[in-house]
Design a protein around this ligand. Structure first.
Ligand SMILES: Cc1cc2nc3c(=O)[nH]c(=O)nc-3n(C[C@H](O)[C@H](O)[C@H](O)COP(=O)(O)OP(=O)(O)OC[C@H]3O[C@@H](n4cnc5c(N)ncnc54)[C@H](O)[C@@H]3O)c2cc1C
Length: 479
């Protein structure tokens, strides 16, 4: 607890002097009807938490830094096929997701068949194309015999799926599993993979981290369990007709309280009876409780008084976030018909993973391509900047496939690391982080409660964000 004098001193010490006087005035006046909950962040978890709390009769306000809702639900609504820069699709086991979609009044459509339609993407190594069968016999294939048919982009998922030592994936954060919290590199080495196999199968395009050395194998094992549970629930991948952003917009419309945009949170101060949230524009809001859905990557820039402690403070300061950048491309003519090769390309070069977008009226219509860079390549793209990336990606594809030369237009560049309100795509756990952080980092800290995909323990992605919203709502109601 902090008294008024200490708060003023603390705020001044933090460079919040300008904010201190108005806060004192507010504390003295005591607003007649205090808000019950301030929800920070209008992504999936924040919107879901706000709705759940309102359903229980609480008075809620949402503060969002961006000028839009949705967070990592991010559709390019001005591009053909409404390409998704963030959340793509829900699997059949997304009960909370489908429920939210129904409430929000959006129509869900099956998109999984569109991902798989047409010729499967080819592997391009050193600028030369290989089919799966050619790759299996390729002299430079460094994978063990049993995995020769596995493409580099599939390797980690296949390896973890076949050798997952985690009996019950839902118990991934049980301290009994701490022995599995080793690096993915160590795990891959134990399966007999060479350095070259690890480089090509993970480090060129890592799902988590920048190399196999900086991600926990246990995280991949948990993810594998979640994915298998989704397949067991059904085969579909569902997305929102007209763009996933409509889901977030529909969820925001359901709220009775305000969703205030452009409210970048810079500080949270708590007293014995309330918490006050300070925004960069000078505005401040007080409520009994705060639900914070901010990714730790941005929360670490927010001043919290009294401060977080111990392992929780360390996790907020250190939890790593994935570098991932994307370029959306359109084609002026179907160069893939001209050269007869598959339109999709997984490359080991500067073009990254070039994924086909088939979101026209029928799946045979190609509405564009998303070239995706992860880990080290994403960092490289970010350092190059948009125009240089556009030139490098279209140039590299044109050099590999002369039929594509001059026919690709780079329309958008999107870097999750450079998005100031995310500073990375998703949270991942480094070796040892799970045993150290997971069971402590989302605990309530005084009047602040935490949600968001990074705090989910029973689901991943958007479903995890929704799961965390349920947990936090129960926590607030029970507090
Ligand atoms: C490329 C990509 C593909 C994905 N694909 C899938 C998929 O296919 N399936 C799936 O289930 N999941 C997928 N996901 C993950 C899913 O999108 C996220 O897990 C989910 O949207 C996260 O929701 P959240 O509420 O936890 O975080 P966010 O959506 O990030 O919400 C946090 C909110 O806080 C705001 N904020 C941050 N800092 C501040 C501040 N200082 N002040 C005020 N506001 C602030 C942000 O603007 C944001 O709106 C994908 C994500 C990405 C990036």
């Amino acid at each position: 607890m902090i008294d008024r004098r200490n708060f003023t001193l603390g705020a001044a010490a933090l460079g919040l002097g300008a904010l201190a006087a108005p806060i004192e005035a507010k504390v003295r006046r005591k607003p007649a009807k205090m808000l019950d909950v301030l929800v920070l962040g209008a992504g999936g978890s924040g919107l879901q938490a706000a709705w759940l709390l309102e359903q229980q009769g609480l008075k809620v306000k949402v503060l969002e830094g961006r000028k839009r809702v949705g967070g990592r639900i991010a559709t390019l609504t001005d591009q053909p096929g409404y390409p998704e820069m963030g959340f793509n699709s829900m699997a059949d086991g997304y009960g909370r997701g489908f429920d939210a979609a129904e409430r929000a009044g959006v129509e869900m459509v099956e998109v999984g068949a569109r991902y798989r339609f047409g010729k499967p993407p080819m592997l391009w190594l050193n600028g030369k194309p290989l089919t799966r069968e050619e790759w299996a016999k390729f002299p430079g294939n460094p994978f063990p015999d049993a995995l020769k048919m596995t493409l580099p982009g599939e390797l980690v998922a296949v390896l973890v799926s076949k050798n997952n030592p985690l009996g019950d994936w839902t118990a991934w954060n049980d301290p009994a599993n701490a022995k599995l919290d080793i690096s993915l590199r160590e795990f891959m080495k134990a399966q007999g993979l060479s350095d070259e196999a690890i480089r090509l199968g993970n480090d060129v395009s890592p799902y988590y981290g920048t190399t196999a050395a900086d991600v926990s194998a246990l995280m991949l094992e948990y993810n594998d369990g979640f994915v298998k549970a989704q397949f067991a629930a059904g085969p579909r991948s569902m997305a929102v007709k007209g763009g996933n952003i409509r889901l977030a917009e529909g969820m925001a419309r359901l709220l009775k309280g305000d969703v205030l945009l452009g409210k970048e949170v810079i500080a949270i101060t708590s007293s014995a009876s309330s918490a006050t949230v300070h925004c960069r524009d000078g505005s401040q809001f007080t409520a009994r409780k705060v639900v914070c859905s901010l990714p730790f990557s941005t929360l670490r820039k927010v001043k919290i008084l009294p401060g977080l402690k111990g392992v929780q403070a360390e996790a907020v300061a250190r939890l790593p976030y994935q570098p991932l950048s994307m370029v959306f491309l359109t084609a002026t003519s179907p160069f893939w018909d001209e050269d007869g090769l598959a339109p999709g390309m997984w490359t080991d070069g500067i073009a990254g993973n070039v994924m086909v977008q088939r979101f026209g009226s029928t799946p045979d219509e190609i509405t564009g391509f998303i070239a995706q860079a992860r880990g080290g390549l994403a960092n490289q793209w970010d350092a190059m900047g948009k125009e240089a990336v556009f030139a490098a990606v279209t140039g590299a594809i044109g050099a590999m496939r002369p039929a594509a030369k001059g026919k690709l237009r780079a329309a958008e560049f999107f870097s999750w690391k450079n998005e100031g309100f995310n500073l990375g795509d998703w949270a991942y756990f480094g070796p040892g982080h799970i045993s150290k952080y997971v069971n402590h980092m989302a605990k309530p800290a005084g009047r602040i409660h935490f949600c968001g995909e990074h705090t989910a323990t029973g689901a991943r992605g958007l479903e995890g964000a929704f799961e965390s919203a349920e947990r936090v709502a129960l926590e607030v109601l029970g507090a």
